[in-house]
Design a protein around this ligand. Structure first.
Ligand code: GAP
Length: 452
């Protein structure tokens, strides 16, 4: 069995099998946007549902919100995003194409970690780096990544709004609402999953760096004296979740982000890195955001963000630990971890060894031959039975049985159930295991139990 996986393998499987397509593909695409097909959507939802169940439903200290994507522009002024949410940009003076300066340095073997804009410009000159088209580059500048839009029919300074670049601010702005409705004890968390938008200078590496993506974020409100203890607890919880996603421990790495590279709001950040095919890169971040956001809201809105302990003993603006997961990066890490190749009967086989709870299709049911009505009838009965137990069951009678197995292996279906002529006599079916390709006979009356 081989674990060598190239980015092209993943991209091609995703397109071929209906996981992920280029956004607006029929019109030549729109860079940095991706559309999920039926199986990709199912995989993505399974990941998001698992996250919600793990971090919200199964805990007593979590509250969910679903805030509007469009927010009052003052949110982004207060948060610092209007002034500081930017990436370094550089332009090819001939073609006018724009590149992300730190990426350009990296691609030319220079590590830009910790460098200021001026230092990056210096490194560019020292190493005589040209644009990918071999042309001279202009002066670097910062480029704000927020998508601007206007709310309402009149476009002026008052109507200005942004597509949110992080879901976090929709949590902070609802902090007081949740406290007033639910009287939670500190520590408690507010969680949100949903779309975020960033006008990335150079979207790349498939869905890894997109302009429209989803986040799953928690703002965990704590007493400031407890931040170290709570931060460490989150490290443990994150690792447990990544293991539930089926990511091998040896492919996940913790990177302590140096002060000069941390986001403007963070006093400590650990990036959880994953060994993607393009390189080891950030899967998710865990940040200690202090009281930066709630204090900013107090300043900008004039509203008090203090938390009062039960009995009124203490008043304080809570500090925050923020685990911030990117859905696309999780989908990609799950696909890379699951992607396997081996040989069956002398033929190369690709299969996705997805954890059962994430597989888009849990069980596929087939009649051995689709032109034999008695087999189809029996297989339909089996299908209805299994579908009642596990909703994500697929009816598959396309092509011959070998082709069906290959297709189901490629989409990560753990079990294929086949109704053959013997089934009509012995009320049993063949169940084939995706990973071992072994086949066993199972009584239909015991099938649901066995599949569980
Ligand atoms: N609220 C904190 C925050 O947004 P971030 O490190 O900028 O922090 C958090 O983003 C996560 O969102 C990243 O770790 C990554 O998983 C995901 N993410 C960020 N930018 C992305 C992009 N352009 N495409 C896909 N995912 C992205």
């Amino acid at each position: 069995m081989s674990k060598e996986v190239a980015l092209e393998d993943i991209v091609s499987l995703c397109k071929r099998r209906g996981f992920i397509y280029q956004g607006s593909e029929v019109y030549g695409g729109l860079a940095g946007t991706w559309d999920y097909g039926p199986l990709g959507l199912s995989l993505k939802r399974n990941i998001m549902n698992l996250w919600w169940k793990t971090f919200v439903e199964e805990r007593d200290d979590m509250y969910g919100v679903d805030a509007a994507i469009l927010m009052n522009q003052r949110v982004w002024q207060a948060s610092g995003h209007v002034d500081t949410f930017h990436d370094p940009l550089i332009e090819d003076i001939e073609t006018k194409r724009r590149y992300r300066l730190d990426h350009l340095l990296e691609d030319n073997g220079v590590n830009p970690e910790g460098m200021s804009l001026e230092q990056m410009a210096e490194a560019l000159r020292e190493n005589n780096i040209k644009s990918p088209d071999g042309n001279q580059l202009g002066e670097p500048q910062f480029f704000n990544m927020m998508f601007e839009t206007a709310v309402g029919p009149v476009k002026d300074e008052h109507s200005k709004s942004y597509l949110r670049p992080e879901t976090a601010q929709g949590i902070f702005t609802n902090f007081k609402n949740v406290v007033d409705s639910f009287y939670p004890d500190v520590p408690f968390g507010v969680a949100q999953m949903g779309k975020a938008f960033r006008n990335e200078i150079s979207p790349r590496d498939f869905v890894f760096r997109s302009r429209e993506f989803e986040q799953m974020e928690i703002e965990y409100f704590i007493h400031k004296d407890d931040w170290r203890k709570e931060f460490e607890k989150w490290v443990v919880d994150i690792k447990a979740f990544l293991s539930e996603l089926g990511l091998p421990e040896e492919s996940v790495h913790e990177h302590e982000v140096p002060a000069e590279d941390r986001a403007h709001y963070s006093e400590r950040t650990i990036d959880f890195m994953f060994d993607y095919p393009h390189k080891r890169d950030e899967l998710l971040g865990l940040a200690y955001r202090t009281d930066f956001d709630l204090k900013n809201i107090e300043r900008e809105s004039g509203k008090n963000m203090e938390y009062i302990t039960k009995g009124g003993g203490e008043r304080f603006v809570p500090h925050v630990i923020e685990p911030s997961f990117g859905v696309e990066r999780a989908v990609m890490a799950v696909l890379v971890s699951a992607y396997n190749q081996d040989e069956v009967n002398g033929e190369k086989r690709i299969f996705l060894k997805l954890p059962q709870h994430l597989a888009p299709v849990r069980v596929a049911v087939s009649p051995l031959l689709k032109n034999k009505p008695e087999l189809v009838k029996k297989a339909r009965e089996v299908y209805d039975l299994v579908k009642k137990e596990f909703s994500n069951v697929m009816w598959d009678d396309n092509g011959n049985i070998g082709k069906r197995y290959r297709r189901q292996d490629e989409i990560g279906t753990p079990y294929c159930v086949v109704v053959d002529f013997d089934s009509l006599e012995d009320d049993s079916v063949t169940v084939r295991d995706r990973d071992t390709t072994e086949q066993v006979r199972v009584k239909i009356s015991e099938l649901s139990e066995k599949l569980k």
